[in-house]
Design a protein around this ligand. Structure first.
Ligand SMILES: Cc1cc2nc3c(=O)[nH]c(=O)nc-3n(C[C@H](O)[C@H](O)[C@H](O)COP(=O)(O)O)c2cc1C
Length: 480
């Protein structure tokens, strides 16, 4: 079952070795930011864990990070499924979103601080790239509301803490959240906004998917959990926020007021520039009595940010292929964990139905995604196994016939550092590799499955160490 509550997920993660406690006192201006980097720079997907800092200097709150996006295993644990089921859960949630329900009593409002009690410095908000970021940053799901329709949007927009009750929000013009705040600011009115900290993991997962405008991410989160998200009205605005969250920060963006945002360590692996962005005044901080502060870790990939963004965006593309474009023989899709799926590598697993089918699907993915490289393979390849992928590229890919180059692609300014600026814009390209078999293949050079399985009895009798048969070997034996 999906974890409906953030701390319930943390407990499950700890039990499975996917969360570790740090008991000594830490300085939020450098230690948590550096330590979470080590988990991603040094540990493998299999060994990685999130961190729970129990004692952060100068704060009554505990701090957790790197947990909901520690790895594909942590992600699956949060949704209550096996790692290989995550794409299907996502596609089902996109096809069958569940509307949220409103409640009056909310754990996230056990303690309400307004007026002079508001003190952002009381929260253990880390400096993520010590010595380089422009101060501490809130990195969590942000909720905005459309002045005319009342529709709400969720997205993660990094937010610089300027002082105890002001922040600067990196809400970029192309984002849905930006469209919504404009419905207030363009009329000279303050735009309500709220930051959701430590909600049901599905809420944070849904908020980073490039879900089409009009589809509410909160309903996709309900679909991911298989149950509606409970929402409560903010104490100082009409914005509805997840009732079970650990902490909610409420605020309003002030018409015409901007301040310097950035530099900040981006998930592209480089520091961002700085520019002027909207300022918000904080109107309330509400929280559970013993709340845990949570920040999503970003910066150099792979990071928690790229794990959760790549997973969401791969599922969104898979849903479009299968359900909107009728490509029903596409069985799986994987985005590598750089750049959250932008300017990255995507691998499509499918059964081609006719000559040119794999190339057509590869070109389609190139057009509908922000991937830079797309590889298409047959159903008998484990697309998450680099050893199997290398084999497919070497055995089934003919560079001259199986490569498609696409140019004239508009690249968002900072996404692809390899593309030069021409004037003020970047025009890049994409590449598609068709690594599906085009010629008839011979038999695999493995003994028959039955014989291989029988030999495991001798293996066992010999006292050799146990192992789990990798998917790559299972797929190969199925054809042997
Ligand atoms: C840790 C983290 C920080 C992010 N920061 C930003 C940001 O500052 N600005 C932005 O436009 N997108 C940022 N993103 C990506 C957006 O959250 C994501 O693209 C989301 O789908 C945008 O939602 P929208 O399209 O509904 O506006 C961030 C994602 C993560 C995980």
């Amino acid at each position: 079952m999906s974890h409906r509550d953030f701390r319930e997920f943390l407990a499950a993660a700890e039990q499975q070795g996917m969360l570790r406690r740090v008991r000594q006192t830490v300085d939020r201006t450098w230690e948590p930011g550096c330590m979470v980097k080590w988990t991603f720079q040094a540990l493998s997907n299999e060994d990685r864990f999130g961190l729970l800092f129990e004692d952060v200097e100068g704060s009554e709150f505990r701090l957790a990070t790197g947990a909901i996006g520690a790895s594909k295993y942590a992600y699956a644990l949060a949704l209550g499924v096996e790692p290989e089921e995550v794409n299907d859960v996502w596609v089902n949630a996109l096809c069958n979103p569940l509307e949220p329900v409103a409640v009056d009593d909310a754990p996230c409002q056990e303690v309400v601080k307004t007026g002079d009690d508001i003190r952002l410095s009381g929260l253990p908000i880390p400096v993520w790239t010590p010595g380089k970021d422009n101060g501490p940053y809130i990195t969590t799901t942000t909720v905005t509301r459309d002045a005319d329709t009342g529709n709400q949007n969720m997205g993660v927009y990094r937010t610089r803490v300027r002082d105890d009750n002001h922040v600067v929000v990196n809400l970029n013009p192309r984002r849905h959240g930006h469209n919504q705040i404009s419905t207030w600011l363009d009329r000279g009115k303050p735009a309500p906004i709220a930051w959701v900290i430590g909600a049901e993991p599905a809420v944070h997962y849904a908020s980073v998917g490039a879900v089409q405008a009009g589809v509410q991410e909160i309903s996709v989160a309900g679909g991911l959990m298989g149950a509606p998200v409970q929402l409560v009205k903010c104490v100082t605005s009409d914005i509805m926020v997840p009732a079970n969250a650990e902490i909610i920060i409420e605020g309003e963006l002030l018409p015409g007021e901007t301040d310097m945002e950035g530099p900040f360590g981006e998930n592209f692996g480089y520091m961002s520039d700085s520019s002027f962005k909207p300022v918000a005044r904080i109107t309330a901080i509400t929280h559970r009595k013993d709340a845990i502060y949570y920040g999503i870790a970003s910066q150099m990939p792979p990071s928690e940010s790229t794990v959760i963004q790549s997973t969401a965006n791969a599922a969104l593309t898979l849903k479009i292929l299968r359900h909107d474009l009728g490509e029903t023989t596409v069985s799986d899709l994987y985005y590598d964990y750089t750049f959250g799926g932008q300017a990255a590598h995507g691998i499509v697993c499918m059964k081609p139905l006719h000559p040119g089918h794999a190339k057509k699907v590869g070109r389609t993915v190139a057009e509908i995604s922000s991937l830079k490289r797309i590889t298409v393979v047959d159903e008998d390849v484990d697309i998450r196994d680099p050893v199997h992928m290398d084999w497919a590229m070497n055995a089934r890919f003919n560079p001259v016939q199986d490569t498609i180059l696409i140019d004239g692609i508009f690249v968002r300014m900072n996404v692809d550092p390899s593309v030069p600026l021409t004037g003020s814009i970047k025009m890049g390209g994409k590449i598609v590799f068709d690594a599906t078999q085009t010629l008839e293949e011979g038999e695999f050079s493995l003994p028959a499955k039955e014989t291989m399985m029988k030999s495991l009895e001798t293996w066992k009798e010999a006292g050799l160490p146990d192992f789990e048969i990798p998917k790559r070997a299972r797929l190969r034996l199925d054809r042997s």
